[in-house]
Design a protein around this ligand. Structure first.
Ligand SMILES: NC(=O)c1ccc[n+]([C@@H]2O[C@H](COP(=O)([O-])OP(=O)(O)OC[C@H]3O[C@@H](n4cnc5c(N)ncnc54)[C@H](OP(=O)(O)O)[C@@H]3O)[C@@H](O)[C@H]2O)c1
Length: 155
């Protein structure tokens, strides 16, 4: 199985839980040093990739295909949470695009790319990590709740 965004936080906890019963768990993030620490703690395998980059998504899946020949479960956990004043930040467009790319576009496009590999199994799974704020808009996080609502409605 592959979990994205698990050098830290919820993803690392998930990796620890899933490795324990004997699953092969592949974790993914951008920060190699964080991933190395997570590999040490969780006993998972790691790939240093950015899930917003199409070529990285392809490499994640082709490496799994080459090394394991199968994928049972894909967990989309990578995410960022940006709190800012929508009216007053000069780089709001970059922030909007970055948060949507990581929290909404990447989980959906990677899940779609993973389908041919997942569908080789009788009972494949895709999990998206959402949030309760999908149901609660907040002026302090103008885009985050929306990205979580999108994932909720796609699941
Ligand atoms: N913490 C909460 O209270 C909470 C509540 C509800 C939902 N969530 C959701 O749960 C998920 C995990 O949250 P968390 O609190 O555990 O956050 P976290 O500790 O910041 O972990 C997020 C992970 O995502 C990875 N990531 C970010 N952008 C990435 C990218 N472009 N490509 C690959 N990996 C990327 C980061 O690794 P790198 O920096 O190495 O890339 C990091 O390990 C998020 O989707 C978040 O929205 C969190």
């Amino acid at each position: 199985m592959i979990i994205t965004g698990d050098g830290s936080g919820i993803g690392l906890k998930l990796a620890l839980q899933l490795v324990a019963p004997g699953n092969t768990v592949i974790i993914c993030g951008r920060d190699a040093s964080k991933l190395a620490e997570a590999v040490h703690l969780a006993g998972a395998q790691a790939v240093t990739r950015d899930v917003t980059v199409a070529e990285d998504q392809d490499r994640i899946l082709s490496d799994i295909q080459a090394q394991h020949g199968r994928l049972d479960l894909r967990i989309g956990n990578a995410g960022i949470f940006l709190a800012y004043d929508f009216r007053n930040v000069p780089d709001r467009l970059q922030r909007i695009e970055r948060e949507i790319a990581i929290n909404a576009t990447a989980p959906l496009t990677l899940a779609r790319r993973a389908l041919p590999l997942l569908e080789k199994n009788a009972r494949p799974g895709i999990v998206f990590v959402g949030s309760a704020v999908a149901f609660v808009a907040s002026p302090a996080t103008p885009v985050y709740s929306g990205t979580r609502a999108l994932i909720h409605h796609c699941a």
